[in-house]
Ligand binder design. Structure first.
Ligand code: CDP
Ligand code: MG
Length: 724
């Protein structure tokens, strides 16, 4: 919201009024999902066939243990839950008629690949089917999700469906939050969590079934898990232990690639209900996709009847918030032209009560517009969508092997993603998708999304593989092997952090072993561990916790000036990290007072979360017997610790007043949201780089160049002083 590119809604409004309509050309009649074509279907076994209509023969509704008194009492504790209604909804899902066949098949297989349209019921139903049929044999069924939000919302839903309290039969485990108990048998978790657990138990003995869901997203953690679970399955067999069943699920993916990797595992197709979607391409290339999407929305809004909702895909929080604001402003000006608009943002960092708004029924006679990130592509199902506006872009992490750094950048989506987005308009009836790009542009999109492991910094992954006892990283069974360059880059980075030795073979140092204990980026773990030597763990834990949650500052656009003015008292000329510490200390001094947060434009929920994170990190420090001491008011030592963790993210001020990154020698700028935005310190370190029109550094601290040299003498060369 503080970003210069996304402000001034009034300017947008004028721009919008001047703008001519965008013309689209209609292309094809029906949305198809990639790779699930009829040829592939003939090759593989088909589970059910329910295309375009409801199942005609529904099995009679059986009263199961779910309606026992015990579960009813739980259901009512869950609030508002009508178990009977939920059971009826379950029966209507496309997966339901395939229940028995599917369960039988999975029971007989070691590894299965399940493909089915988004919303067919894979994530919520399959674990329940397997549990009900006893396929789990008393152990836990783990279901991984790439997104935290999905793990939480899906487990809530499944707990409701099974008429139990969340955390009992059904639970979830995400970073810094574990809602499970002794009785949990269906455990939704982020892929990162399961990977973390595997470092403690590489054979994953707690689980009898591991479901790797949303496999097509190919997150770095899911990709590593593929290799880890495959090895666990093989090793358990060798050792005569209980077998491990692996289920890989997705809405769409390159099935052959997956099947080959999993020793020719059979692919089970679930046909979903997909109605025809008309696809329109922009006739001309659009340079401003945000504006083009808004124009498209109002074009269709004027013509189309109410209660036909619109889903717009954008790239991230700032863009979504500004688009939502813009739509609301314009709609105020357009009273009488089209039905009233209910505009909802949807992105991972949005507070959950606002996220849930998206799922509310649209009031009769109005139109809901959801502006979402790719979270709405496959992870969550939204009812009532008739129109999709696809901007064709996504924010992705890219890796620069030269500098070893990740960069967040807006890039083109893949064809597979475009098809998924299109499909969202045809879930309940036929729909329309407007693509804010030309057909030629679409043709230039990559077929599939490039797996994250091929475009990210691998230091965290390499650290975890080493902790798993896998030292021959180059020969690890990756589904798609990362380049030598990026593997070596990761080892170098870990070496410069002091986490590994590279003598005979790559091995974790005692420091590296301690780093593995923290669920943090290796650079942050290093910062924590160096803080122990500098007697300032108390403060560093607070700073690292604040960095581990989404922004603790809350800046409503209508009160922007007031918010910035009120928060001035927290700002430190040392940078954002000390500013965060000031906020943390102030929050603690008022004991987390809600009013105080409101008055100071601080996000209470994220502050609470930061405190929770801190508690956990503190627990790890206590376990490792690290003394938690305070440095009092001397904040320079804090910045020194940060420099020891983030020396590779350093930038130097140049004569012309611009910064360059020391590792890549590329120009970088201070992000407008930083407390150092108006300052020109000689050297800074930063936590994150974001590329928009410029390359912006986020979360910065002023540092002394000597600290950088001290932190990594092998990494830097000291400048020879110039004569005079
Ligand atoms: O995994 P897949 O996309 O195949 O479907 P799912 O996530 O199991 O969702 C099946 C259905 O459950 C959706 O169509 C929604 O109607 C419902 N659902 C819901 O209402 N709330 C959730 N948090 C998750 C699913
Ligand atoms: Mg799913």
């Amino acid at each position: 919201l503080d970003h210069p590119e996304f402000k001034c809604s009034n300017g947008w409004l004028d721009h919008f009024k001047d703008r001519h309509n965008i013309t689209f050309k209609k292309i094809c009649g029906e949305a198809k999902s990639v790779d699930v074509n009829s040829e592939a279907m003939n090759d593989w076994w088909k589970i059910s066939h329910i295309k375009g209509k409801m199942p005609s023969e529904e099995p009679p509704f059986k009263k199961k243990k779910l309606s026992s008194q015990h579960s009813h009492s739980h259901a009512s504790q869950n609030g508002f839950v009508n178990t009977h209604k939920l059971q009826q909804e379950r029966r209507k899902l496309p997966i339901f008629p395939a229940k028995h066949k599917l369960t039988q098949q999975i029971r007989s297989l070691d590894t299965a690949i399940v493909i089915g349209e988004t919303g067919s019921g894979k994530t919520t139903q399959i674990p329940q089917f397997l549990h009900e049929a006893g396929v789990h044999r008393g152990s836990i069924i783990a279901v991984t999700q790439p997104r935290r939000v999905a793990a939480i919302t899906v487990s809530q839903r499944v707990a409701q469906e099974s008429g139990t309290l969340l955390g009992h039969l059904v639970g979830y485990s995400v970073r810094f939050e574990d809602v499970t108990s002794e009785s949990t048998k269906i455990k939704y978790m982020t892929d990162g969590m399961l990977l973390r657990e595997s470092t403690l138990d590489p054979l994953m003995k707690r689980y009898s079934i591991i479901v790797l869901d949303e496999a097509h997203e190919r997150t770095i953690h899911t990709d590593v898990l593929f290799g880890v679970v495959k090895k666990a399955q093989r090793d358990r067999k060798k050792k005569g232990l209980k077998p491990l069943k692996i289920i890989v699920m997705s809405a769409t993916m390159d099935v052959d690639h997956f099947s080959n990797y999993f020793n020719k595992a059979p692919v089970l197709y679930l046909e979903g209900r997909q109605y025809p979607v008309q696809v329109y391409y922009s006739t001309t290339s659009q340079s401003d996709y945000v504006m083009a999407a808004v124009v498209t929305l109002f074009q269709l809004h004027r013509d189309q009847p109410p209660n036909q909702d619109v889903l717009i895909f954008m790239t991230g929080q700032e863009e979504i918030e500004s688009t939502v604001r813009c739509i609301r402003d314009i709609s105020k000006d357009m009273v009488g032209e089209g039905p009233p608009l209910v505009v909802c943002p949807l992105y991972a960092a949005l507070p959950s009560h606002l996220q849930l708004k998206v799922f509310n029924k649209t009031p009769q006679g109005s139109r809901k517009v959801i502006v979402a990130t790719n979270i709405a592509e496959t992870s969550v199902t939204i009812h009532g969508i008739k129109f999709v506006i696809d901007t064709g872009v996504v924010k992705a992490k890219l890796y620069n092997p030269n500098s070893g750094l990740d960069l967040l950048k807006v890039v083109r989506i893949s064809k597979a993603q475009a098809l998924q987005r299109t499909g969202r308009a045809g879930r309940e009836s036929s729909g329309t998708c407007y693509r804010i790009y030309t057909e030629e542009e679409f043709d230039s999109f990559k077929k599939n999304t490039v797996p994250e492991i091929l475009r990210c910094n691998l230091s965290s992954v390499v650290l975890q593989l080493l902790a798993l006892g896998i030292s021959d990283i180059v020969n690890f069974d990756f589904m798609d092997k990362p380049s030598m360059e990026s593997l070596i880059g990761a080892v170098h980075q870990l070496h410069s952090l002091g986490a590994v030795t590279k003598e005979d073979c790559i091995k974790l140092t005692p420091l590296g072993k301690q780093m593995v204990s923290f669920p943090l980026d290796p650079r942050l773990s290093k910062t924590v561990l160096i803080a122990k030597d500098n007697h300032c763990l108390e403060e560093i834990l607070s700073i690292v916790s604040m960095l581990s949650v989404d922004s603790v500052m809350f800046t409503p656009q209508s009160k922007r000036e007031e918010a910035l003015e009120t928060r001035k008292k927290f700002i430190s000329s040392d940078g954002d990290h000390v500013t965060y510490l000031n906020i943390y200390r102030a929050y603690k001094s008022v004991r987390g007072n809600k009013e105080w947060c409101h008055e100071n434009f601080i996000n209470l929920r994220n502050m609470k979360l930061a405190l929770e994170v801190r508690k956990q990190l503190r627990g790890i420090c206590v376990k490792l017997e690290l003394p938690i001491e305070s440095c009092g008011q001397d904040t320079s030592v804090l910045r020194k610790c940060l420099a020891f963790g983030f020396f590779m993210n350093a930038a130097e001020l140049q004569k012309e007043g611009e910064f360059i990154s020391l590792s890549s020698r590329k120009p970088v700028s201070i992000h407008p949201s930083s407390s150092l935005f108006m300052c020109k310190p000689a050297y800074v370190i930063y936590n994150e780089l974001i590329q928009t029109t410029k390359c912006y550094m986020r979360d910065l601290s002023v540092v002394d160049p000597d600290w950088l040299y001290e932190a990594a003498p092998h990494y830097f060369r000291k400048k020879k002083p110039k004569p005079g």
